[in-house]
Design a protein around this ligand. Structure first.
Ligand SMILES: [Zn+2]
Length: 172
């Protein structure tokens, strides 16, 4: 699945929400799509799980991790639910997503799904349109580290996630 298609899917979900709200209300969006979210201490390095049973999704998120991480995890698991529900697997277990970013070179099916879920998470938490609007309206200088930190705070994501997003959208 190409990135453009993933951007289209997240735009459609956000449009249904009529949400220009920042930060993006990711828990509310997931719950409205019929997903239950529970906090589970999943152990070190496990950020989240998604269990799909009879078409219903349950996301387990590790409450010991930072809030920005938990938001990214929910968005990532929601990505699996939306994009990969029809694949054979019904359980997804996700490690610390920084590990996943590092592993992106691999082209196995599993890694492709992880990349897609990460792309979904980035594009729903940092919608292209809203991000560009913020940058243009505030004449944000993206070479300024503090400006990028400010954007990360506004979208309630980590600075690394924001930096990757800006770079992928070629906004630098
Ligand atoms: Zn995953």
């Amino acid at each position: 699945m190409n990135l453009k298609r993933i951007e289209d899917i997240t735009s459609q979900i956000l449009a249904k929400f009529d949400s220009n709200e920042l930060p993006v209300p990711i828990r509310k969006i997931a719950e409205d799509l019929g997903i239950k979210i529970h906090s589970y201490d999943l152990g070190e390095n496990i950020s989240g799980v998604l269990v799909i049973k009879n078409d219903q999704g349950i996301i387990g998120v590790n409450p010991t991790e930072q809030l920005v991480r938990q938001r990214f995890t929910i968005a990532h698991e929601l990505g699996h639910f939306v994009l990969h529900k029809n694949s054979n697997e019904s359980i997804f277990v996700d490690k610390d997503y920084k590990v996943l970013f590092r592993d992106q070179q691999s082209s196995t099916g599993e890694n492709r799904r992880e990349q897609e879920a990460n792309a979904f998470a980035a594009s729903i938490l940092m919608p292209r349109k809203l991000l560009i609007e913020q940058i243009e309206n505030h004449f944000t200088d993206l070479t300024d580290e503090n400006a990028v930190k400010g954007l990360a705070k506004m979208f309630n994501v980590s600075v690394i996630a924001m930096t990757i997003r800006i770079s992928n959208l070629r906004l630098f």
